[in-house]
Write a new protein. Structure first.
Length: 245
């Protein structure tokens, strides 16, 4: 059977196809640009991504929290179990975050923590803000760290290489690794310790305390100078000699 298509009918079909295509384009474009408004959203995890799919921020519950993401690839994290927010650089590598949690255990002991940090490129945190509580021992602090130049992937490789070793073998391999490659060193602490003192502590490149400004739990203000062995070389105010009877 031969079906003849007249010029008018062909024009109608052509017009209908163009109309449908235009409508789909407009609807698709509107769907991409429309702002949604919600009163309440219940969600376990939100990923904020670039147009190419690179993750830039993750907000997640504890159950859905990601592992360590390095250059868009996720690896198991050795010791992280928390809820919070993670930040990622332009290459899709984690470079900071905010974590928090707390609970009272079956014996009534309370614990709580909040932690915010920013990372060195391809490495771990270099500045942190934190507060914690463990059974009544409360701390709050700002810390600054020196990190080595090698990639954090070398640490992940170390963990993968030693995961089936004995505890002693793991300790030996870890000690050898840090002796050869270097390790993070704390350079500055500002905060409140669990004994009630507040202090500013400045360390050398080996992480050893060299200058301490402290107000003790008893309210005494002290400035202490230390050598590389931790021995006190000076103090303000000076220690008063005991009175002889």
């Amino acid at each position: 059977m031969t079906i003849k298509v007249t010029g008018n009918r062909l024009l109608l079909v052509y017009s209908a196809v163009l109309t449908v295509a235009l409508a789909l384009t407009l609807l698709t474009g509107a769907a991409k640009t429309r702002n949604a408004s919600f009163d309440t959203i219940d969600v376990r995890r939100i990923n904020v991504v670039e147009p190419d799919g690179t993750v830039r921020l993750v907000l997640s519950s504890k159950a859905s929290f990601p592992g360590l993401i390095y250059k868009k690839k996720e690896y198991p994290h050795p010791n992280r179990s928390t809820a919070g927010i993670l930040f990622f650089n332009d290459e899709g590598t984690e470079n900071g975050g905010l974590t928090f949690g707390g609970e009272r255990d079956k014996d009534g002991k309370a614990s709580a923590y909040g932690h915010m940090s920013f990372d060195q490129y391809d490495q771990d945190q270099v500045i942190t803000f934190g507060a914690s509580e463990d059974g009544g021992a409360r701390r709050a602090r700002l810390t600054v760290w020196d990190r080595p130049d090698y990639s954090i992937m070398e640490l992940l490789d170390l963990l993968a290489r030693t995961k089936d070793m004995t505890e002693q073998e793991q300790r030996d391999e870890t000690t050898k690794f840090f002796a050869e490659r270097g390790r993070a060193q704390p350079r500055l602490f500002l905060g409140k310790s669990d004994n009630g003192s507040v202090s500013l502590r400045l360390n050398d490149k080996q992480g050893k305390e060299r200058l301490i400004l402290e107000v003790t739990p008893e309210g005494e203000a002290v400035v202490r100078f230390l050598d590389e062995k931790g021995q006190e070389t000076g103090r303000l105010p000076p220690i008063r000699p005991e009175r002889t009877k």
